[in-house]
Design a protein around this ligand. Structure first.
Ligand code: SF4
Length: 316
């Protein structure tokens, strides 16, 4: 089909795509493959992007859900989302050699949880149930211990349902890839309910999540469609789509170009494109190429914050 629009203006968000934590995690898998040879076992998808995972799988990485699926004595890479203490213990019990690709900004949250636990706080984690980062962060505390004291809240309703004894010292942490606005609302509600609650010195939501959300907010005023390149299980990519939709701008997530339906461009004058923190630039370029098959394009790279964050690789 051709699209019934003479020319479509496309704006490319900046910053978009890979963050420092994702870049580091991918490098760790590649370096481990080079140093130890294939196969290299990775617990969970090292980052949430199907294209990246397929590429690493082709190079010899094997992704598993459970430690027991890995042959004893092998190397195991922990994903960028981090792991619980139980997973680390299981790896030791299984005689595995760990290589930790946990993003340092997730490790920061783990440290906060451990400190608050040692100081006898009840910890409230703001996050999405079932997300591996939440499992890893909540799993810093042994849930079977009689002193275990951590609750998960996903929304304002969960805050209302909380029933923590008023004498308890209470603190909160959050998943790194949440919506800034939703998290702010939850923190305000927590502070109202528990005025003595304490939180991290700086927000747990990471710089990459914040920057990508800020750009989408700027695009809302003059774009009639915002396409986000990213996989369905990528939390930060989904939050970008949410921001557009909540502000009545059409938006969807695209993981591969087979998903692209040119009908989405019908009558659109200005389309914004961004990519979640785990989505590679090659997919953004494929999307632009795909759109050009259907319509003439006027492409503009938007100015944005320059991200200079880099993380050191672990020694292994
Ligand atoms: S999105 Fe943020 S927390 Fe997650 S890997 Fe990237 S920098 Fe780290």
């Amino acid at each position: 089909m051709t699209v019934d629009t003479k020319i479509i203006n496309i704006s490319l968000a900046n910053p978009r795509g890979f963050c420092a934590g994702v870049d580091r995690a991918i490098q760790i898998v590649k370096l481990a493959l080079k140093k130890y040879g294939a196969p290299i076992y990775v617990r969970h998808e090292v980052v949430h992007n199907k294209y990246v995972i397929e590429e690493l799988r082709n190079e010899g990485a094997i992704f598993v859900d459970e430690i027991k699926q890995i042959p004893s004595g092998s190397h195991v890479i922990f994903s960028a989302h981090g792991v619980s203490k139980l997973v680390k213990q299981q790896s030791r019990d299984h005689n595995l050699i760990p290589i930790d690709a946990t993003c340092p900004l997730v490790t920061k949250v783990h440290k906060e949880v451990n400190k608050m636990y040692d100081e006898n706080y009840h910890i409230i984690m703001i996050g999405h149930q079932g997300h591996p980062e939440v499992e890893g962060t909540m799993g810093q505390i042994d849930q079977n211990s009689p002193n275990a004291s951590i609750s998960l809240v996903q929304d304002l309703n969960d805050v209302e349902q909380l029933n923590i004894h008023a004498d308890k010292n209470i603190s909160y942490v959050s998943q790194t890839t949440l919506s800034l606005d939703d998290t702010d609302k939850i923190i305000k509600a927590l502070k109202k309910k528990y005025p003595r609650i304490i939180g991290p010195k700086t927000s747990d939501i990471c710089y990459a999540t914040q920057n990508r959300q800020d750009v989408i907010k700027k695009m809302l005023a003059d774009h009639d469609l915002i396409i986000i390149v990213g996989s369905a299980n990528s939390s930060n990519s989904n939050r970008l789509v949410d921001i557009a939709k909540e502000n009545n701008v059409k938006s969807f997530l695209i993981d591969n170009m087979d998903m692209f339906d040119p009908a989405c461009l019908q009558n659109k004058k200005k389309v914004g494109i961004s990519a979640g923190a785990s989505a590679p630039e090659v997919l953004v370029q494929q999307l632009i190429k795909k759109i050009k098959q259907y319509t003439e394009v006027n492409l503009v790279e938007l100015d944005g914050v320059e991200e200079k964050v880099t993380f050191k690789l672990p020694a292994f």
